[in-house]
Write a protein that binds this ligand. Sequence first.
Ligand code: ARG
Ligand code: GLU
Length: 710
Amino acid sequence: MKKIFTLLAIAMLALPTMAWADEGMWIPMLLGRNEAAMKKAGMHISAKDIYDVNNACLKDAVMLFGSGCTGEFVSPEGLVLTNHHCGYSFIVRNSTVEHDYLTNGFWAKTREEEIPCPGLTVTRLVRMEDVTSQVMQGVTDEMSEADRTKVIDKNIEKITAKAVKGTHYKAVVKPFYYGNQYFMYVNEIFTDVRMVGAPPSSIGKFGGDTDNWMWPRHTGDFSMFRVYAGKNNKPADFSEENVPYVPLKHLEISLKGVNEGDFTFVFGYPGTTHRYATHDYVDMVANTENPVRIDLRQIRLDRYNAAMAKSPAQRLKYASRVASIANGWKKWQGENLGIERLRVVRLKDDQENKFKEWAKDKPQYKEVLYQLEDNYAKLREIEMDRVVYSEAIMASDFMNRVRQLARIADLSDKEAAVAVGRFLADSREYFEDFDAHSDVDQPIFVETAAYAWQHGYMPYMNTIAQTETELALHLISVYKNSVLNNQNKLEELLSQPIAKVKESIVAINDPAIELYNKAYRFALGEKKRADYNEISANIQSLMRVYVKGLMEMYPDSNFFPDANLTLRVTYGHVKGFKPKDGVYYTPYTTLDGVIEKANPAIYDYNVDRTLRRLCHTKDYGPYANAKGELPVAFIATNHTTGGNSGSPVLNADGQLVGINFDRCWEGTMSDLYYDPTFCRNISLDIRYCLFIIDKYAGAHNLIAEMTVKQ
Ligand code: ARG
Ligand code: GLU
């Protein structure tokens, strides 16, 4: 037995590759390199059908939705599908207690009913280009990191300016493999985007934060928007005159669905991964940062959740922020479990030891991992100050307002005047339900700071108080006595001539401003910031060397670049998995599961009468599967991350079969370490989406403009 294990271990060591099956987020322009593997995996279309600079292709139907999600065109009239949680803040913003689209859903039956969403943009990739050699012009090995950055930034400025000259396009250049390669993205950005449809929360956020990041899942996580353009089909700011944008390509929808083993690919904008990070980084994140972040967010969530249970107005008020706070809070817990279970820190360390062995006679590589270790040791000493500053000190609205006010003193008179105007307007809103808000915000302010103090962070607090009670009393008095919580005094302060306002902010001796200044100086003061920037820059440049070395060490591996919010393709298969001994997860869920979970006593598990009736009468129309069930969601081995939300999930023929919206709990560590046994992306089955639009909402107008294939 022992011998077999040893043999196996040796065989694994000898594997000439670094990647797991299905791992990877690939660059569309270079997809030719993956084409053979994708075809072998079951794909029928070609790499050129997905990305082609010269012809309309699937790429033209995919967009960056807002600044951190993906969306796709599903009609020739600019109709967009994305997740409910991607449209969430706009659904909330357009809702009032009287017209509560968040709770009741929204369906525009005519174009006139579509609601403008100022601030929402849609970015379409026009083309991309490898610009490494132009970016590197004038860069030498001997250069200091700072000089190198200067040259590169200059080059990038030139390249992008040239690329968009005489057009309405915007260009960005992004580093890949920590700056071993550079790509330019030429984009078209649309600013008139309107809300078209959203299911009620009881469907679009069914299961809420309890089910978030979990399988089995029954969330109808989609919403719909429409992109408008000027008469020439080019981006234009909102105007009544604008017309629906005609995309170069919109996706065809397949009702055939997917079965276990089927090929799928996801096309979208993954945000950030750390695939090549060393064991020190993983250790720091999992064992130092995540636990503190989780605790601190728990404090906030308890307070907000209690407030939201009190009234529909409170629910609307905090819904967006709770969704985002809870999302990280829960993900980090799953991530930590996965890192521990798979012993990722040790695995990474083993991998690094192999590299050290390989590199020991290679002067350009032999020191790099030791140097990274030194830098991480330094980073560890200051990293938590930033984490605690943002997750504790700045956790309350109160402290955020303090910061805003304090900063006005540093602005030019002109900027300050604008900032004061905005601050006053926000303040009036803040004071509108001051008492109710204080019931939530003051405890958050006190409790998060107390946590920091208890755990030895923010040592300047020791000069404020010796005991926790003393600290709490002090903080409460700061909250009560600050000018920021006194509307009359604040208005008085801000109605002076602008130069005087700036002077007063510095001179008033407000206890809250003082506290803020102490925290800021401690966590982000000049010296700390300089140290932090230097260490980060060192790590970046060392990682550039390390990753280059890895590529030489494993010449037969196709290395994928970490996610950086650029368009990528990831592919895999629909597949169940075994999360733990004795449990097997099937690859799809159905409407019956929604009814199983239904519980009228819990807001997140409420199922309304219409949906119950449709389920009871099995009125599924063309959206049922071969067994007569209505599929809701499915899982697959596609390697995705935050930003992939709303991404189209396509079948072997490039037809839309799902909308990506999450990952499974057991695999949330995939940003650091992908494991094919546990990592699954979760997609909404497009048939459930169409069923809700068609049968539940009766928005036949929307179905009619889509291209739906049997
Ligand atoms: N976990 C998904 C993502 O990372 C969905 C988040 C929104 N849903 C929620 N219950 N907060 O974005
Ligand atoms: N829900 C995530 C998002 O907003 C996608 C899930 C993930 O992180 O994989 O992008």
